[in-house]
Structure formats: C-alpha cells, structure tokens
Write a protein that binds this ligand. Structure first.
Ligand code: DP6
Length: 329
C-alpha cells in the first residue's frame, strides 16, 4: 500500500442510467445495463503524501483545478473516512478517452481511481463493495468495475441500507459477443454536464416518469435477449431506450440536447445499413458521439461506412475487462 496503480475501461449503457433519486449517495431511479469496452483505458496512480496538506491531482500531465479537482478530493475524503486515515494523496491519471464527449470518461476514471485509492489507503474491499465505492464518484463507474455485460442495481427505495443495495455485478448468463463501433464526433461549445442535465430532466421533464416505467420492462427484455444471444433484440431495445432517454431531456426546461447534425447523419447511416441487411443499432449518451452495436464480423464494414459519412475518428471496440490493479509499491 501507500501507492497503487489501477486501470479501467469505459462502458456503454444499453439500458441507460439517467436520473438520481439521491445525489449525495448517487442512487439512481432505474437499474441500468452496459457493456465494458476494451478501448480507451484510464490508468490512475494514487500515492499517499503524509507531508502534503492538500491532494494533488494531475490529469494527462495537467494539474486539475475547479470542479474536477473537487470531485476527486471529495471521493478521496470518502476513502480516507472509511480507511480511518488522513494523509493527502498525489493522483496521476492518464485518460485516453476524449473527455466530455459523452464517452463516459468518468466511468473508467472513477473505477480506476476507486481501485487505486482503495489500494493506496489499505482499504480491502471485494468487487461489489468496490462498485458501490466507484458509484459515489460517478454513477456509471460502478459498472466499469466489471468486464463484459454488467447490470447496476438501483436498489430498493425502501432498503434499510440504500447505499448497500445499489451495486453493479456481471450479467453472468449473457451469451452475446458483439462489437461496439465508436464514432467520435466533435463536441459542440461546452454543453451541460450529465449531472446537471439529469437533475434538470428529473425536475422538469414531463416524460421522465414514463421513461422510468418503460426502462423497467426494457431491462427485463434486455436480459432475456442477452441470455438468448439475440443481437437483433438487444440492439433494438438499446436503441429504443437511448432515444427515450434523449427524448426525456429534450422535454426538460430548458431543454438539453446533446445530439448534433453529425449525430443525426450517423443515425441515418445506421438505419441505411439495416435496410441493407446489416445488423447494426445505435446508442448515444451525454454527447454527440454515436456508438453502433453490431456483429463482430461486420464491425470493420460498419466502421468504414461511418468514416465515409463523417470523416471522423472511428474506433472498433469489443467487450473489455473490469478494473485491474497494475502495481503496488
Ligand atoms: C448518459 O455516470 O457520468 O452515460 O453519476 O452524475 O457522474 P454522474 O453521471 P454519469 O452519467 C452517465 C449517463 C449516461 C448513461 C449511462 O452511462 O448509463
């Protein structure tokens, strides 16, 4: 201990997490389900510094300030609290995800930070506890603790210990191996954070309650389709769930819109591919990027088409591993 290094990957939700019932504990209104990717890892080292009187956080070589620093420090406070320790930490993180582009960079980031910080502060916790801890940093990070398909349980509203009831775990009976083609589109001028967008959606969108209800049956059908290895059903439920989430935020006041014209062009191309008989479905998060779920043998063809319509960077991802410790010193 005293120092630990961990790596984690982003995950893409097929059933989205959108909206918190408790902001402090990061408890969602709905269960969500994702696929962890094998691209864009975040590597984070945490080293205790007994002499320092503040945490120092470096992200891709630049000292973090403002909100990102505050979030990491608040997270470390939580770890210190649990470990019964007071030392400040030096955090060095390398993130290969295009930040703020809706690729859930916070998911891999907080999953890696949770594992590295737990290691450095000598907090021994099992994977489920680690997912609960990562959740406190960023909801979607609870899922990046695990590889493959992962479900994050919202936990019962009336649970005796709601923090304990909300954790992620692998979907062990999934029988699907699919590709996720990530189309990296330019984010527009600084858009609203997902945190604020969720808050606004829950508070003002007349569609939100309906989406929560629909999400429940989406999840049941999604798990069934994963069990059956039925890509067509998995893809169409995921696409429907994503469009529903975006509809709820566009109905918020003021509206939140992450999708751009470039996103729309990609979505049209995905429909075009389907008309040609290619099994491909889209999902979109808190940014303009579109991720296309398809069969592995079709992934390069899908990626080429996306490059042709957008001229953008396109990355073919597959199912990736959960958070892993790299070294301890
Ligand atoms: C659209 O996990 O980034 O990607 O808990 O506020 O940190 P906070 O939010 P975050 O939200 C992710 C939202 C999403 C959908 C998803 O990943 O399920």
């Amino acid at each position: 201990s005293e120092q630990a290094v961990a790596v984690a990957h982003p995950n893409i939700a097929l059933i989205k997490y959108w909206g918190k019932r408790d902001e402090h504990l990061v408890l969602p209104f709905t269960d969500s389900l994702s696929m962890t990717l094998d691209v864009f890892p975040t590597t984070t080292s945490v080293r205790l510094d007994a002499a320092a009187d503040a945490d120092s956080v470096v992200m891709d070589g630049l000292p973090a300030r403002g909100e990102p620093l505050r979030r990491v420090t608040a997270f470390l406070d939580l770890v210190r609290d649990r470990a019964g320790r007071r030392e400040r930490a030096v955090v060095d993180t390398h993130n290969t995800v295009p930040v703020g582009a809706g690729l859930a960079s916070s998911a891999g980031g907080f999953a890696a930070l949770a594992l590295a910080a737990a290691g450095a502060y000598g907090l021994s916790c099992d994977r489920r506890t680690l997912s609960r801890l990562a959740r406190r940093g960023s909801g979607s990070a609870a899922r990046s603790v695990f590889g493959g398909f992962v479900v994050w349980h919202a936990g019962a509203v009336d649970a005796r210990d709601p923090d304990d009831a909300s954790y992620a775990e692998p979907v062990t009976d999934a029988r699907l191996d699919a590709a996720m083609v990530v189309v990296v589109l330019e984010a527009g001028p600084k858009s609203v954070s997902s945190r604020e967008a969720m808050r606004r959606t829950v508070a003002t969108s007349p569609l939100y309650k309906e989406w929560v209800t629909a999400s429940r049956s989406d999840l049941v059908r999604m798990r069934e389709a994963l069990r059956a290895g039925d890509l067509s059903t998995v893809g169409s439920i995921a696409e429907h769930n994503a469009f529903g989430m975006h509809a709820t935020m566009e109905a918020a006041a003021p509206p939140v819109r992450y999708l751009t014209e470039a996103s729309a062009a990609v979505l049209a191309e995905v429909r075009g591919l389907r008309e040609e008989g290619v099994r491909a479905w889209a999902t979109m998060d808190a940014g303009p990027n579109v991720k296309v779920l398809c069969d592995i043998p079709d992934a390069d063809r899908v990626a080429d088409r996306m490059r042709a319509v957008t001229g953008s960077r396109v990355v073919v991802a597959r199912s990736g591993p959960g958070a892993a410790a790299l070294a301890e010193g």
